[in-house]
Design a protein around this ligand. Structure first.
Ligand code: FMN
Length: 175
């Protein structure tokens, strides 16, 4: 049997290993009972074209996920390279997660963050066991693309920006 400290070391090493895979960062957000609720995830992935499905996985320890997953419509905003601070806020346990940032809401209650590279309005489709996470599939009901916006990249627990030689980064993504 693996002792608790060994298990913690194992989880830490695995988290470090997973962090070598670069991802974007997506804000999941909805207006629930008049309150703005949101969290940052990097587990977002595209899944299917027909039907149009995406997946996210949420920690079973998350206090925000049970509320978001109950929302009939969820906004998914692919954060931009200048959204490092917003990502940190959306992961914070204290304070207003939306402070200093603008959003727009859909009639269905999805919240979409201004300045993002992509907006998806989604409805819950199905959920699966993912160990200490829950895997949730969402069906896309609306898409808005901002192809000039460069996405935030999360790699080795740092926020990074994609460099285009002919177009320098707008602002360095804070780590
Ligand atoms: C870049 C980044 C990516 C994250 N990705 C995920 C994720 O994929 N799944 C998840 O459950 N939490 C993820 N988190 C953590 C959540 O945003 C949040 O911190 C966590 O849910 C704690 O708050 P809560 O208890 O209110 O949910 C991520 C945080 C950051 C900063």
């Amino acid at each position: 049997m693996v002792s608790p400290p060994a298990r913690q070391d194992h989880a830490r090493s695995l988290r470090e290993a997973f962090s070598l895979y670069p991802t974007g960062v997506v804000a999941l957000a909805a207006s629930i009972g008049g309150e703005r609720v949101g969290m940052a995830v990097n587990s977002f992935t595209s899944v299917s074209l027909d039907p149009a499905l995406v997946a996210v996985s949420a920690a079973r320890t998350s206090r925000t996920w049970p509320r978001l997953s109950a929302a009939p419509e969820l906004g998914m905003s692919v954060l931009a390279d200048h959204h490092g601070d917003l990502s940190r806020r959306l992961a914070s346990r204290e304070g207003d997660r939306f402070a200093g940032h603008r959003w727009t809401d859909t009639p269905g209650g999805a919240l979409l963050l201004e300045g993002a590279a992509l907006w998806l309005s989604c409805r819950p489709h199905s959920r699966f066991d993912g160990g200490d996470h829950e895997i949730a599939l969402y069906e896309i009901v609306d898409v808005e693309v901002f192809s000039q916006v460069r996405p935030l990249v999360f790699h080795q627990s740092q926020y990074r920006a994609i460099e285009h030689p002919e177009q320098p980064a707008r602002t360095a993504a804070a780590s």
